[in-house]
Design a protein around this ligand. Structure first.
Ligand code: 0XW
Ligand code: MG
Length: 367
């Protein structure tokens, strides 16, 4: 089987409410969808939406430029030989794992269709019936934390990620953490995510003053080395997110004993292929992970659903499903969060067939 054509679609995903990222507030997020066509008549889909250009080095225009760079090398390649596809992409472009992820995901979609199996079946099999999903609780006064936790609990969630650091101040961060600690119930999980916003002295002060509250701290500071320094000085269990970019950082983190868990975004680590490697190493090392993505819609939700249910229960913490928090559907039968849980469907591959009238015309076609 050979890739005969690549179509690239672009659209903006409207957000339920505007999102604040460093320096900019967004009302919608720039999304790229890739459609791979094969000479066997099978079609595969992938999606990547890196949120905002000020959140992480990955950005939407970069996705499309990188795909344009690699596309000539992919035409004629067999999409079912996924490691070979990744080797080909690496020959045409250094780095850009996030852009490569869209192609990788689309290839896995084709593998599923070729073997007539849902994707989870091909990446380890069903280890969980349904995957616990989680919401993030935005910045604002502590009352917001209380309000959102009870709202989300009523919607079926039991794992809460409370934001800290961004646009806030020292006292407010502590008050938010204390409020979350007071609201959390037995059997629930509390994560405080600073999204790399604190300087090390701020992280140290906030975390030392909240040691009596039971929570995980996620990405307190910008760099891996800053997080390692904090990890060595506080008692809260550490989750690494933004700095967990690839298998090398994961191996270093294990050697340094820098974390208990990771926040892993499928498109940041190169798609299903990169994520599966990281997941399997986490499992072997006894660490846990959230199966996330930066943002996205139905295809992203499906990729997360398959990755999540094929992750062993002990490794899997929860999944953040952005389609639950924005109003963008192009396949009404795509997996979605119901009562706090996400499940893939039983169709072959990802199980999503985008409605072409929603996607519009491709912005670029290759092949
Ligand atoms: C909660 N998330 C997975 C969604 C947003 O993309 C940010 C992110 C995080 O944990 O940083
Ligand atoms: Mg995070």
């Amino acid at each position: 089987m050979k890739i005969s054509r690549i179509d690239m679609f672009q659209f903006d995903i409207p957000l339920e409410k505007p999102k604040r990222y460093p320096n900019r507030t967004y009302e919608s997020l720039d999304d790229t969808i890739v459609r791979l066509e094969t000479d066997a008549g099978l079609v595969g889909w992938g999606e990547v939406c890196p949120i905002a250009s000020t959140y992480q080095p990955e950005h939407a225009l970069g996705v499309r430029a990188a795909i344009e760079e690699m596309a000539p090398g992919l035409i004629g390649e067999d999409p079912t030989q996924t490691d070979r596809i990744n080797a080909t992409m690496n020959r045409w472009l250094m780095g850009g794992e996030y852009a490569k992820s869209a192609i990788d995901i689309a290839c896995w979609d084709i593998v599923g269709k070729a073997y007539r199996r849902p994707l989870y079946h091909l990446i380890g099999g069903r280890m969980q019936q349904k995957a616990r999903a989680y919401p993030e609780i935005e910045m604002g006064p502590p009352e917001i934390v209380k309000q959102r936790m009870s709202q989300y609990r009523a919607e079926g969630f039991t794992h809460f990620q409370v934001k800290a650091g961004r646009g806030s101040n020292f006292e407010q961060d502590i008050a938010r953490i204390r409020m979350a600690g007071a609201c959390i119930q037995p059997g629930e999980t509390l994560v405080v995510d600073a999204n790399k916003a604190w300087k090390t002295h701020e992280a140290l002060r906030v975390l030392r003053l909240t040691e009596d509250v039971d929570f995980y701290i996620e990405q307190p500071c910008l760099t891996y080395d800053e997080c390692l320094s904090i990890r060595q000085q506080v008692r809260q269990p550490m989750i690494l997110d933004e700095c967990m970019t690839d298998i090398q950082v994961l191996l270093r983190g294990l050697a340094d004993n820098c974390f208990e868990g990771i926040g892993c975004k499928i498109t940041r680590v190169g798609g299903i292929t990169g994520m599966r490697l990281i997941r399997d190493v986490c499992t072997a090392a006894g660490k846990f992970m959230t199966v996330d993505d930066a943002w996205g819609a139905d295809l992203s939700a499906a990729a997360q659903a398959h990755m999540s249910v094929s992750t062993p229960d002990a490794t899997f913490a929860a999944t953040y499903v952005s389609s639950y928090f924005s109003d963008m559907r192009y396949d009404e039968e795509a997996p979605e969060v119901v009562d706090g849980f996400l499940q893939p469907n039983e169709k072959s591959g990802l199980g999503v067939e985008p409605d072409m009238s929603v996607l519009g015309e491709p912005v670029r076609t290759f092949g």
